[in-house]
Design a protein around this ligand. Structure first.
Ligand code: NZQ
Ligand code: ZN
Length: 388
């Protein structure tokens, strides 16, 4: 229900093949000292690193390198990044990479000047930042998380087997993000399709909640139809600019707070997927695809009206002469066919999950209350077992 809300998204986006041209103008708003955050080296191979560094140098910036942000960034890496930021008193954190780099940059932003253990304060206790923050900018190279225009920051603690996301407020959103769809051409297919499923699941996590007629549902149905169309083109033709640019734009709008307005939102697939990630370090989107179908089939009877709408409005299921349940089942079957067509992981065993981990993964899954069924621990174990 669209009750009272305030809406503001403070991230400025620069989109398109020439989007990097806007970087110099953005840099002018910040001091000289820039912490350049990137991952395991893809940006050095595809030339994005050289382009960014030459713009930083031309703008007279002093660069403090912070490479090696791993997929699913860890607490150890977070502490390392904080040290670089603090010792060099940096003015801007510039993340060049995917969701991991961008999430990590937000983590460093809130943590560098925090006097307590940031893992405990911001991720375990989920407190809001009161200390000095360092502004974040992003040059996006991987599509899926929406981190380029939201306050999410997900950090993994391998010692405690926890992967926790804090959704920070507007002050932690990137100040600007540069979105050039061509940068995503070099993504391996596995990452591309994992990102595509991440987008789909961000939308369904928000869509499968509520009983009312809400404009956000119509927006999401449109985003999902566009996602299906462009994903099918992009897997066959990865350098199709039209499809890749649509995917990039859908990903941003799927998780930048817009479509959540008026929705309770579920997020249970993400909670289970994150716990799977804490145990396996698997690719985020694949942890979601592996548990989604058993989860949605399980909760479908509790939100039948919405699953029926999903089947008809997103998957084009013809409703005539069928029961609501049959229509809803057909929608999920169509989603399964699309997931197979994409080459997504549909079984947790492929991600290294074994039977003996299920209880621990279920314990590590935060139980959310906004969806159609509040799960018990045993129900999560059952869903995980069906996902094996
Ligand atoms: O590290 P490099 O060498 O750059 O390689 C990366 C990495 O191995 C590679 N890659 C990225 N861009 C590339 C490229 N390879 C070739 N060409 C390019 N253009 O792709 C791999 C995955 O990158 P990563 O950043 O880890 O992927 P993603 O964007 O999916 O981010 C995943 C992280 O985001 C969190 C996830 O939990 C996970 O930790 N999430 C963040 C959210 C948010 N901020 O709101 C929400 C999401 O639900 C998600 O939880
Ligand atoms: Zn996600």
């Amino acid at each position: 229900m669209l009750g009272n809300f305030s809406y503001c998204n403070p991230t400025k986006l620069h989109f398109g093949p020439e989007a990097l041209d806007a970087l110099a103008g953005e840099l002018a708003h910040y001091g000289k000292r820039v912490q350049l955050i990137y991952g395991g080296g893809s940006i050095k191979k595809n030339g994005i690193y050289d382009q960014v560094v030459s713009i930083l140098k031309a703008a007279g910036k002093e660069i403090f390198e912070d490479p090696g942000v791993m997929p699913n960034p860890t607490t150890e890496k977070l502490y390392e990044g904080c040290k670089i930021a603090r010792e060099n008193n940096v003015d801007l954190l510039l993340a060049v990479g995917g969701g991991s780099c961008c999430d990590y940059a937000k983590g460093v932003s809130v943590s560098a000047w925090c006097d307590e253990d940031p893992w405990e304060k911001y991720y375990v206790r989920m407190e809001e930042p009161a200390n000095r923050l360092i502004p974040v900018g992003c040059v996006l190279t991987m599509v899926g998380t929406g981190s380029e225009m939201n306050g999410g920051s997900v950090i993994t603690n391998h010692a405690t087997k926890q992967k926790i996301g804090h959704v920070f407020g507007e002050e932690v959103f990137p100040k600007f993000s540069i979105l050039n769809p061509k940068y995503t051409y070099t993504l391996p297919k596995y990452q591309m399709v994992a990102g595509i499923y991440d987008i789909m699941n961000h939308i369904t996590e928000q869509y499968f909640s509520g009983e009312d007629d809400c404009t956000s549902d119509y927006l999401m149905e449109g985003l999902m139809r566009s996602l299906l169309h462009s994903s099918r083109i992009a897997v066959k033709d990865p350098e199709n600019y039209e499809a890749r640019s649509n995917l990039m734009w859908i990903a941003t709008w799927a998780l930048n707070t817009l479509v959540a307005q008026g929705k309770d939102t579920d997020w249970m697939v993400h909670m289970i997927g994150q716990s799977v990630g804490a145990y396996t370090d698997a690719t985020h989107g694949m942890t979601l695809s592996a548990v989604s179908l058993p989860y949605y089939r399980y909760v479908m009877p509790y939100g039948l009206h919405q699953f029926k709408k999903f089947a008809v409005n997103v998957w084009g299921v013809r409703p005539e002469g069928k029961t609501d349940e049959a229509i809803a089942q057909e929608g999920l079957a169509a989603m399964e066919d699309w997931m197979k067509e994409m080459g997504l992981v549909l079984h947790l065993a492929e991600l290294g999950v074994t039977e003996d981990m299920l209880d621990g993964i279920a314990k590590g899954s935060f139980i959310m209350e906004g969806g159609y069924k509040v799960l018990t621990h045993q129900e999560i174990v059952d869903i995980l077992r069906q996902s094996l």
